[in-house]
Every structure is written in structure tokens, then in C-alpha cells.
Ligand binder design. Structure first.
Ligand SMILES: *[C@@H]1O[C@H](CO)[C@@H](O)[C@H](O)[C@H]1NC(C)=O
Ligand SMILES: *[C@@H]1O[C@H](CO)[C@@H](O)[C@H](O)[C@H]1NC(C)=O
Ligand SMILES: *[C@@H]1O[C@H](CO)[C@@H](O)[C@H](O)[C@H]1NC(C)=O
Ligand SMILES: *[C@@H]1O[C@H](CO)[C@@H](O)[C@H](O)[C@H]1NC(C)=O
Ligand SMILES: *[C@@H]1O[C@H](CO)[C@@H](O)[C@H](O)[C@H]1NC(C)=O
Length: 586
């Protein structure tokens, strides 16, 4: 040890004495209440700090990040927990902790360990928790945990293990957490986990496993969570998970899975969460999800699924979330979701769905969100969304819609938010929104709307947010906005072809965005000018708004200019800045 470190130690010791002294002088202070303020000094290694918990008689020793190049040798036998993480020793010699028969918790993470002696943990008969993660281990001796039969948790993640000795976990029947994630494992011995009858959580994510042997998980009857995310699995075979009757969460995302055999998940009657995101699955068999009566969440986004057969989801009556976005589903057939009476979220975005049968969504009596963003419907079948009483958000943005017909949204009286931006909509038939008495937000921006009349929006008594920017509107309603849209708070009319606007808004209006139009600064815009000058809060010159395509909480400040295009004399001036004399003869 350098004299510098020794000096540091002395200062630390002085500080401890000072704190203890203070607490003796001021007995009411409780800063040192958990430390032993008794006749006997706390036993401790000279190079670490200790804390003694009187109440539960536990000695905790802290030796983290001290640049130790070897394990201290003067540790008191009564040590209960030992923090040795972040040090520099590269190996653990035999019997490195030999006297610590009381040790329960050993933290060796974040170090530079490359080798561990087969007898490194000799004498640690009480040890329950070992942290060996974030070291440089490539292999562990097959018998190294034979000295710690009472292990309850073992963390080995973020090392460089490329294989596991067959007997490495033999006899560890008390273990409930085993984390082997983010190593380089390519294959596991078939019997590796056979003794782990008490295991609750097994993490194998971030390895290179290409194959799971049929017997691998067969004794893990208590397992609740199995994480296989980010491996090289190609096939999910039958019976691999058969004995996992208590498993609740199975993560299989980010593999190369092309095939899921029929009944691949048979037996998992407790399964609540199944994640197959980011694989290469092309088709689902009628029996793929057979027997998963408890499944609540099913994630299948980012695969290559081309279609859904009618009976595929028939056992999933408790499913609440179904994600199928970023697949290749072109057609939504009749009654494909029929049995999903508890489904709340249905994600289908970016499939380029072109066709949907009228009964596609039949049975979804609890669905609240349907996301069809990135579909390619030209028109929507009449009454396609009928019988969805709980639907409150419908995403139909970024599609190929050119026309909204009168019957497309019939029955959607509970809908709160409708997203139709970034389509090619030029026609909205009269009364198309007439059933939507609950709608509060309607996004029609980035379309090709030319004329909007009072008929376009009739029925929208509760509409608060209306987004119409980047269309080709020459006119926004006539004199009657107040009656048609009495609750309107936010109206975005930027980048249209408006020449004037009748400012007939109810007192609910809070913001009006008007820039990027072709304002004709003659008598027809005088009411707008007066309104803008009177209500500078409603039409401010600068507006904070959300940036398109950005995170919802990023705002940008934009100009809300009402720039005149005509008469030529006033072109480029803001209507609000035009001299009052100009309107004298109006
Ligand atoms: C450990 O070594 C690093 C780098 O040499 C140094 O910055 C750090 O202060 C040392 N820590 C201790 C506790 O001595
Ligand atoms: C639906 O999809 C859009 C576009 O991909 C996305 O912005 C939105 O967050 C999605 N909605 C839900 C509820 O996932
Ligand atoms: C929208 O219409 C334009 C031409 O008006 C066309 O170039 C474009 O491909 C259309 N987009 C979609 C998604 O249909
Ligand atoms: C709008 O209608 C109201 C009452 O019906 C009327 O007083 C007002 O002059 C009209 N404004 C315009 C610009 O037509
Ligand atoms: C809007 O007005 C500001 C001055 O208030 C001016 O600097 C800006 O260039 C104008 N922007 C546009 C797009 O006309």
C-alpha cells in the first residue's frame, strides 16, 4: 500500500472518530444511530470501512473501488456482507474468503477477474448472493460453486463466458435467480439447470444460443421469468417449454426465429407475457398459441408475418395487448380477432394493409386503441369500426386515403382521438364525422383538402383540437364556427391557401395558427385584423408548438405571421401591422 493511501486511511479513521465523538456529545442526534457506539471498536479490515447493524447483528464491510490488487486478508470472520466491487485483482485464489463462515452477500462485480480458483469460495457455506457480473471471466471451474450450496442468487452477466461446465450449477437447489446474460454462450449442456428446482428467474439474454435442447428447462417447474432476448435462435420447437407451468414471462425478442412450430408454447398455462418482437416469423399456425389462456401481452412486431388466420388467437381470451406492427399483413380478414374480448391495444401500424373485411374488428368489445398508421387503404369500408364501444384512439395516419365516406366512421361515438394526417385526402363527404360526439382531437394535417364547409364537421360538438395544416384550403367554414365547433380550443390552419377568415370562435378558443397562407389584406380581412389585435393571446406572434415527428415533449417556437399577399402594396406586411387608415372605407 502506498503511503498516500495510508494517509487517506488515517483521515478516514479520524473522521469516523469525529462523527462518533459528535454523536456522544449530542446524544439526541441520530446520525450514527445504526453504528455501534460501544466500548468495543467495530471489528474491521484495516483497509476497508465497516458498519455494524446492532439491530440485526450484521457486520457490513465496504471495500469497493480501492484499487486492490488482491483480496484483503484481515477480514473479521463475523462479516455478513462484503463489498469488493470495482477493484483490480484479476484472480481469486483458493480459499480467498476462508474465515468468513458467516458471509451472506459477496459483491465482486465490475472488476478485472479472469480466473477463479475451483476452491475460491471454500468455507462460504452460508453464502446466499454472489455478484460476479461485469468482469472478464471466460470460463468458470466446474466445481467452483460446490462450496456454496446455499446460493440464492448468482449474477454472472456481462462476462465473456463461452461455455458452461456441465456440473457448474449442480446441487444449487436453493437458487432462485441466475443471470447469465450478455456473455458469449453458444450452447448450454442439456443438464446444466437440472438441479435448479427452485429457480424463479433465468436470464440468458445477449448470448449466441442457436439451439435449445428439449430437456434443458424440464426441471424448472418454479420458473416465473425466462429471458432469451438477443440470441441466435432460429426455431422454437415443440415441448421445450412444456414443463414451465408457472412461467409468467417469456422473452424471445431479437433472435432469428423463422419458425414457431404448432403448440410450441403448450403447457405454459400461467404465461402472461410473450415477446417475439424482431424475429423473422413469416406465418402463425392455427395452434401456435394453443392453451395460453392466461396470456395478457403478445408482441409480434417487426417480423415478416403475411397474414392472420381466423382461429389463431382463439385461446387468448384474456389478451390485453397485441402488437403486430411492422409485418407484411396486406389483408385483414373477417373475424380474425373475434375471440379477443379483453383486448385493449391493437397495433397494426406499418403493415401497408390494403384491404380489410367489414368484420375484421368484430368482437373487440374492449379495444381502446387501434393503430393502423402506415396502412394503404384507398377508402375505408363502410361501418368497418362499428361495434367498438370502447375505442378512443384510432390511428389511420401515413396512409393512402384519398376520400372519407359518410359511413366509414359510423358508430364511433366514444372515439376521442382520430389521426388522419399524412394521407392524400381531398374529399370528406358531408356528415362523415356526424356520429363522433365524443371526439376531442382530429388531425387532418398534410392532406389535400380544398374546401371545408360546416357540413364537413357537423356533429363534432366536443372537438377541442383541430389540425388542418398543410392542406389546400381556400376557406375555413363560413360564418358559423361558433355553432358547429363550440368547444374548439386549438386550430392549426398553417400552410393552406386561405385568403380570409371569419373570426367567429367561441370563448373556448385558446390558439389559432395562421401562418403560411395567402391573406388578402382588404376589407374582407378587417374582422380578422380586429380580432387578432384584440386577442393577441389567441393569435400571438410567436407560438410554442410540438415539432412534427419529434418526441412529444420537445417544443419549438414558430412565427405566427399573418402575412399579406395582396394588395401588392402590402405584400409581405403582417395584417396586424397594416395602418388602420387602409381600412377606413370598409
Ligand atoms: C485508483 O486509481 C485511479 C487511477 O490510477 C485513481 O484515479 C483513483 O483515485 C484510485 N482510487 C483510490 C481509492 O485510490
Ligand atoms: C401508433 O402509431 C404511430 C405511428 O407509428 C405512433 O406515433 C403512435 O405512438 C402509435 N400509438 C400507439 C398507441 O402505440
Ligand atoms: C398522393 O398523391 C400524390 C399525387 O397527388 C402521389 O404522388 C402520391 O404517391 C400519393 N401518395 C399516396 C400515399 O398515395
Ligand atoms: C356572421 O353572423 C353574425 C350573426 O349571424 C353577423 O352579425 C355577422 O355580421 C356575420 N359576419 C360575417 C362576416 O358574415
Ligand atoms: C415573420 O415575421 C417576423 C417578424 O415578426 C420575420 O422576421 C419573419 O421572417 C417572418 N416569417 C415569415 C415566414 O414570414
Amino acid at each position: 500500500m502506498t503511503s498516500e493511501t495510508q494517509a487517506g486511511m488515517q483521515i478516514t479513521a479520524l473522521m469516523v472518530v469525529w462523527i462518533l465523538g459528535t454523536s456522544l456529545v449530542f446524544p439526541q442526534s441520530d446520525t450514527a444511530a445504526t453504528e455501534k457506539v460501544a466500548e468495543d471498536p467495530i471489528p474491521c479490515s484495516k483497509v476497508c470501512t465497516c458498519q455494524y447493524d446492532d439491530f440485526i447483528s450484521e457486520l457490513n464491510m465496504y471495500c469497493s473501488s480501492r484499487n486492490f490488487t488482491q483480496v484483503p486478508t484481515d477480514m473479521p470472520p463475523s462479516t455478513y456482507s462484503l463489498w469488493l466491487d470495482g477493484n483490480r485483482f484479476t484472480s481469486l485464489p483458493a480459499a480467498a474468503f476462508r474465515d468468513l463462515t458467516n458471509l451472506d452477500f459477496l459483491n465482486l462485480q465490475n472488476g478485472q477477474l479472469t480466473t477463479v480458483d475451483p476452491q475460491a469460495f471454500k468455507g462460504l457455506g452460508s453464502l446466499a448472493h454472489i455478484h460476479l457480473e461485469r468482469n472478464r471471466l471466460r470460463v468458470l471451474p466446474g466445481t467452483v460453486f460446490q462450496n456454496t450450496p446455499n446460493l440464492a442468487s448468482l449474477s454472472l452477466h456481462n462476462n465473456q463466458l463461452s461455455r458452461i461446465e456441465e456440473r457448474l450449477f449442480a446441487g444449487l437447489s436453493q437458487i432462485w435467480l441466475l443471470n447469465l446474460g450478455w456473455n458469449s454462450l453458444t450452447v448450454l449442456p442439456e443438464t446444466a439447470f437440472h438441479d435448479l428446482q427452485g429457480l424463479r428467474e433465468l436470464i440468458l439474454a445477449g448470448n449466441r444460443l442457436a439451439y435449445l435442447q428439449p430437456q434443458l428447462f424440464q426441471n424448472l417447474g418454479e420458473l416465473k421469468e425466462l429471458d432469451l432476448t438477443g440470441n441466435y435462435l432460429k426455431v422454437i420447437k415443440a415441448n421445450v417449454f412444456l414443463k414451465l407451468t408457472k412461467l409468467q414471462k417469456l422473452y424471445l425478442a431479437q433472435n432469428q426465429i423463422l419458425t414457431v412450430v404448432p403448440r410450441a408454447f403448450a403447457g405454459m398455462k400461467s404465461l402472461r407475457w410473450l415477446d417475439l418482437t424482431n424475429n423473422k416469423v413469416t406465418s402463425l399456425h392455427d395452434d401456435t398459441f394453443l392453451g395460453l389462456h392466461n396470456l395478457h401481452v403478445l408482441r409480434l412486431s417487426h417480423n415478416s408475418i403475411t397474414g392472420i388466420r381466423p382461429r389463431t388467437f382463439r385461446d387468448l381470451q384474456y389478451l390485453e395487448e397485441l402488437r403486430l406492427s411492422y409485418n407484411r399483413i396486406r389483408t385483414l380478414g373477417d373475424r380474425i380477432f373475434e375471440d379477443l374480448g379483453h383486448l385493449e391495444v391493437l397495433e397494426l401500424e406499418h403493415n401497408q394493409v390494403q384491404e380489410a373485411h367489414v368484420g375484421a374488428f368484430t368482437g373487440l368489445s374492449h379495444v381502446a386503441v387501434i393503430n393502423l398508421s402506415g396502412s394503404c387503404f384507398r377508402t375505408l369500408p363502410d361501418q368497418m369500426f362499428k361495434g367498438l364501444p370502447r375505442l378512443h384512439s384510432l390511428h389511420l395516419d401515413r396512409g393512402c386515403l384519398t376520400k372519407i365516406t359518410t359511413q366509414a366512421f359510423s358508430g364511433l361515438s366514444g372515439l376521442r382521438r382520430l389521426f388522419l394526417q399524412h394521407n392524400n385526402i381531398s374529399v370528406v363527404e358531408h356528415q362523415s364525422f356526424v356520429d363522433m360526439v365524443g371526439l376531442s382531437g382530429l388531425d387532418l394535417s398534410f392532406n389535400k383538402l380544398g374546401a371545408l364547409t360546416t357540413h364537413t364537421f357537423s356533429g363534432l360538438k366536443n372537438l377541442e383540437y383541430l389540425l388542418l395544416s398543410n392542406n389546400e384550403c381556400r376557406q375555413f367554414l363560413q360564418n358559423g364556427t361558433r355553432q358547429i365547433l363550440p368547444r374548439l380550443r386549438y386550430l392549426d390552419l398553417r400552410a393552406n391557401a386561405l385568403t380570409s377568415l371569419v373570426p367567429d370562435f367561441s370563448d373556448n378558443i385558446e390558439k389559432l395558427l395562421l401562418s403560411g397562407n395567402r391573406w388578402k389584406c382588404d376589407c374582407s380581412t378587417l374582422p380578422l385584423r380586429n380580432y387578432a389585435l384584440r386577442k393577441s393571446q389567441v393569435i400571438p406572434r410567436l407560438v410554442e408548438t410540438h415539432a412534427e415527428g419529434e418526441e412529444p415533449d420537445t417544443t419549438i417556437t414558430i412565427y405566427n405571421n399573418i402575412t399579406c399577399t395582396s394588395p401588392p402594396r402590402l405584400a409581405g406586411q403582417d395584417l396586424r401591422d397594416v395602418d388602420g387608415e387602409h381600412f377606413q372605407n370598409c
